[in-house]
Design a protein around this ligand. Structure first.
Ligand code: FAD
Length: 466
């Protein structure tokens, strides 16, 4: 019998436990699994609040459709009928510019326009920025030749193609809402790999995007009608309940006589395998006494996020422009980083005629807002939104969620550091690192990674018995 500890009951830890339950059900090796979760609930950053007919996400609100692994899991869990997609016909994102919301031109993929003609009418970009876009195509050869052999920052990459205005107005706010923080430190290879490949092939990113035109595109985001919390609930229901230990914090991990000894606030237990799915700063601290170099490789900045959801009964009293929401570039004198018009992004998750806004604070602002109580945080969010959208009525439901150090920053050189880390961890017989610090932050990546780890472990266990 193999004894397995899973540390952390967020989506990564739960996906690992779910896969283990499947392996065990399928007649695979018998396992004794203990999932340690420090808090009193499962799901980690994934949390859905359902109130007054509104489905309000406190953390992620969906996943990128092009990555199939979250969908596959949802279907296996019997949630195929629950899958819903973003309203891409109405997909438009705005940027706050001098107090006004200006639309990002249609058809842009992140900061790359597929069609230069859409820029003509745009009030978002200056004449210089529009010229920089147009020139990017003619500079294709020069850009291909200039592509560095090494990793670089997102800022360097975007500036080389489009200049600093495009970086500041859309590049930085788009990326810092997903990957903690600072585009001058973020690794372009880790967070914008498809664009790096396009640069290598076409030089010009606009030309690269145009070469892919005509490829039929699925709706960009997928989610579940009743909220992502349902994905968590279904995984939990499929895991033997005896495996789950809530309110148990792992405080140490050490090696003793070929076994792993996991220390918690309630005692110690021995295992053959440890799957570490706690946030990377926690995992790093637990790694320190095992392998100082590995811990060093796991050192990364992480930014915090604060999400405030406001649900309104009467959309007419909360007018917003058509689209998914808006971004706030740095230096605009607002604390907000972004706001999503949830009822327009995904239908079906609000009562008829309702409106659901989700305000998002990141970086330094999140650090400041994090210190406030719920009422104060909601008041700040409401004031910030009202400055942009106009006076707002009393919401029917308000949800405030704080996620400290939840967005790890993949700095320049991240892929190389992770390759070295993986190599070291492989040599520590039976230790696995899962979660959002290593190979992707999105739900599909985390699910794929966790399930693959368990399958590899199961295959290895079977083959080592022969
Ligand atoms: C505001 C926000 C919005 C996001 N939006 C999206 C989105 O729309 N789409 C998308 O794909 N991704 C999104 N993400 C990213 C995604 O939600 C996260 O990367 C993912 O949920 C992280 O899952 P995880 O299991 O790695 O970690 P977590 O969810 O952080 O889970 C880790 C768990 O470990 C527990 N733990 C910590 N220390 C210990 C310990 N010592 N012992 C035992 N347990 C411990 C914690 O309590 C927690 O439950 C978003 C992230 C944030 C913050």
């Amino acid at each position: 019998m193999k004894r397995v500890a899973i540390v952390g009951g967020g989506v990564a830890g739960l996906a690992a436990a779910y896969e283990m339950a499947r392996v065990a059900d399928g007649g695979g090796e018998r396992m004794r699994v203990v999932l340690y979760e420090a808090s009193s609930r499962l799901g980690g950053i994934v949390e859905t609040v359902r109130e007054g007919g509104f489905v309000i996400e406190g953390g992620p609100d969906g996943w990128m459709t092009e990555k199939p692994w979250a969908r596959e899991l949802a279907v296996q869990l019997g949630l195929g009928e629950e899958l819903i997609y973003s309203n891409d016909e109405g997909r438009r994102t705005y940027v706050l510019l001098d107090g006004r919301l200006e639309a990002i031109p249609d058809g842009m993929r992140m900061m790359v326009p597929a069609d230069l003609a859409t820029l003509d009418q745009s009030a978002l970009f200056s004449a210089e920025a529009k010229d920089a876009f147009r020139n990017e195509v003619t500079r294709a050869e020069e850009l291909r030749a200039a592509a560095p052999a090494q990793d670089e920052s997102v800022a360097e990459f975007v500036e080389r193609h489009f200049g600093d205005e495009v970086l500041e107005k859309i590049g930085a706010p788009l990326l810092s809402g997903v990957f903690g923080g600072d585009v001058r430190k973020l690794s372009v290879r880790a967070v914008m790999a498809p664009f790096v490949a396009m640069e290598r092939e076409h030089g010009s990113l606009i030309a690269g995007l145009q070469a892919r035109a005509g490829v039929k595109k699925a709706p960009i985001f997928t989610t579940l009608r009743s909220g992502l919390g349902t994905l968590i609930d279904r995984m939990v229901a499929a895991i033997p309940q005896a495996w789950i230990h809530l309110g148990v914090e792992v405080v140490s991990i050490r090696r003793d006589g070929g076994e792993w000894v996991v220390g918690t606030n309630v005692g110690e237990e021995r295992f053959d395998v440890v799957m570490m799915a706690a946030p990377v700063h926690v995992a790093r601290a637990l790694m320190e006494p095992l392998d100082a170099r590995a811990a060093e490789l796991m050192e990364m900045e992480a930014s915090s996020a604060v999400v405030v959801g406001f649900a309104y009964d009467d959309a007419a009293r909360v007018p917003v422009p058509a689209g998914f929401g808006f971004l706030v570039p740095a230096g605009s004198n607002n604390l907000l980083l972004a706001c999503t018009f949830m009822d327009q992004k995904f239908g079906d998750r609000i009562p008829a005629g309702g409106r659901l806004l989700r305000a998002f604070f990141g970086g330094e602002a999140a650090k400041r807002v994090m210190r406030c109580g719920n009422d104060e945080t909601a008041a700040v969010a409401r004031m910030e939104l009202a400055r942009i959208l106009g006076p707002l009525p009393e919401p029917r439901v308000t949800v405030v969620r704080r996620w400290p150090l939840s967005l790890p920053q993949y700095g320049v050189g991240h892929l190389e550091r992770m390759a070295e880390l993986e190599e070291r961890v492989r040599r520590m017989d039976g230790l696995w690192l899962l979660g959002n610090g290593y190979r992707g932050v999105g739900l599909p990546d985390l699910i794929r990674d966790a399930r693959e780890a368990v399958r590899t472990l199961a295959a290895h266990t079977v083959s080592s018995l022969h």
